[in-house]
Write a protein that binds this ligand. Structure first.
Ligand code: ZN
Length: 209
């Protein structure tokens, strides 16, 4: 009996390790999105390159976190320093994936929550770097919000519709009264997140800012 228990524990650990790795790999791709999306570069095709020397990266150069640690935090080809932000974003992805599954189990909702974390990470870094929130990201967040309403059980759909409007309309009114209070991207972001979260969580999220 003891052996079976131990085997189960090892299997569970292996599954969580795999989920962590998947999260880091997906967020490794997000690093590319964060860099290319505001520059209107194609991020789906086109191999990854060193932003400094333009050298194509091999598969071994792109192992999340480990490549950065193993190659001395530098590009292998031109020795340009690689920002710690890249492995940090990758680690965030691993943690987000772990938490999504730990809290919500292996479920559609866990995938939606992880997808929302991914999009919000893109929004956060692109907004920080470029002071814009690309519309595509806000549309994607709203789409996940719609999916959350339809795909998950015991959701009260009108709470999500109220969530769509409750803070975004308030921000829109403020923006009309006080110019430059919020950007249009911020308002759309709050609408999309409101749709996902429902109005109670949206108000809570807004007050936590
Ligand atoms: Zn380089």
């Amino acid at each position: 009996m003891g052996n079976t228990m131990q085997l189960l524990i090892y299997m569970e650990a292996a599954i969580y390790a795999l989920i962590f790795f998947l999260g880091t790999a997906i967020f490794s791709f997000l690093n590319v999105v964060i860099y290319r999306l505001p520059r209107h570069e194609d991020f789906v095709t086109g191999r990854s390159k060193c932003p400094d020397c333009g050298h194509m990266l091999s598969f071994g150069d792109m192992v999340p976190i480990l490549s950065w640690l193993l190659f001395g935090r530098k590009c292998r080809y031109c020795k340009a320093k690689i920002s710690a932000r890249y492995p940090i974003v990758e680690a965030l992805g691993g943690i987000a994936a772990l938490l999504s599954v730990y809290i919500y189990g292996l479920s559609i909702y866990a995938i939606l929550v992880f997808a929302l974390c991914s999009l919000l990470t893109c929004v956060g870094f692109i907004d920080h770097d470029e002071m814009i929130i690309p519309d595509g990201l806000n549309i994607a967040i709203a789409t996940i919000g719609v999916a959350a309403v339809f795909l998950t059980e015991d959701t009260v759909w009108y709470e999500h519709i109220i969530g769509l409007f409750i803070i975004s309309v308030f921000m829109l009114i403020l923006a009309l009264i006080i110019p430059q209070a919020f950007g249009g991207g911020d308002i759309k972001l709050m609408a999309g997140c409101g749709l996902f979260l429902g109005w109670k969580n949206t108000v809570f999220a807004f007050l936590q800012r």
